[in-house]
Design a binder for this molecule. Structure first.
Ligand SMILES: Nc1ncnc2c1ncn2[C@@H]1O[C@H](COP(=O)(O)OP(=O)(O)OP(=O)(O)O)[C@@H](O)[C@H]1O
Ligand SMILES: [Mg+2]
Length: 264
């Protein structure tokens, strides 16, 4: 199953969600790989690896300079990474000068899909060719968002983009919104989710998870000190449970929608 994380807004926890959901699947002994399609290389950085020092990444695989298997980092038995680095920021240029074809990326994605139970794709904070390719091949797209008063404006654009992809061919794409950086003591956050965002997204057929990621510095600390996403931290905290619960809820929503899709 291909699950991508998309939002053109920066800093909404795309990478944090991607790495923690992947960690949650791996803890359930599901073969999981995170494909980093953001040139910032934050996925490998989350696991303590400097993306600038990696010589084998998705870019070398795309260019045919390295075998797919050789670029995969086997972080744990059930958790692998296909990293990226700054070169991936030139993807659009490589496409326009003919050095690369969009199909090359699709082929890699499908090869990974065949090998793993879950392929989690992290994307950059912009609506680029990469994101449109990712949306066209995903089974599920998660849209993390911060529930501030402008969230719905930004969300509308991402939702429109995914709807266009659904109409253009990826008819069964499931889109789910996940609230992040929620400060539950600030009631305005909950009000914005319940009164403004949920009704608008639900009316467009986009469910919003009940579970959310709380505002916290704990996650940044586990990445900084332990070099793992918080779900894999040895220090037990309620924030780990959040990601396990979000993952469980997402799988439940997917199951429900798939049953509905079969009925139609
Ligand atoms: N629960 C949390 N609350 C607040 N901040 C967090 C939380 N979890 C992680 N962060 C921090 O928020 C910042 C942004 O997170 P992240 O990198 O996941 O966002 P992103 O959407 O991937 O950003 P970009 O668009 O640049 O790729 C990071 O510094 C991260 O450590
Ligand atoms: Mg990121």
């Amino acid at each position: 199953m291909i699950i991508s994380i998309v939002n053109n807004k920066g800093g909404v926890l795309k990478t944090t969600l991607a790495t923690n959901i992947a960690a949650a699947f791996s803890l359930n002994k599901k073969k999981t790989i995170i494909l980093d399609l953001d040139g910032q290389g934050n996925v490998s950085a989350t696991f303590g690896k400097n993306p600038y020092t990696l010589s084998k990444t998705i870019v070398e695989v795309l260019k045919g300079e390295c075998e797919l298997e050789d670029a995969i980092i086997k972080e744990r038995e059930f958790l692998h990474i296909l990293p990226s680095n700054d070169e991936l920021n030139f993807f659009d240029i490589f496409i326009s000068n003919g050095e690369l074809k969009p199909e090359a990326l699709k082929r890699i994605i499908h090869a990974l899909e065949d090998k793993y139970d879950y392929l989690i794709i992290d994307t950059p904070p912009m609506m680029s060719t990469i994101v449109s390719i990712v949306l066209s091949v995903s089974n599920v797209t998660l849209i993390p968002f911060e529930p501030d008063q402008y969230a719905i404006l930004g969300l509308r654009r991402v939702v429109e983009a995914s709807k266009m992809i659904i109409e253009k061919g990826n008819k069964d794409l499931i889109v789910i919104a996940v609230p992040t950086k929620v400060n539950s003591r600030v009631t305005i956050h909950n009000e914005i989710i319940e009164k403004s965002i949920k009704p608008k997204l639900n009316s467009q057929g986009i469910p919003v998870t009940k579970n959310y990621v709380s505002q916290s510095t704990k996650s940044t600390a586990s990445v900084g000190y332990e070099r793992v996403p918080i779900t894999l931290s040895i220090q037990k905290s309620k924030f780990q449970l959040e990601y396990l619960e979000i993952t469980r809820e997402i799988m439940e929503i997917i199951k429900g929608i798939k049953i509905e899709q079969k009925k139609i």
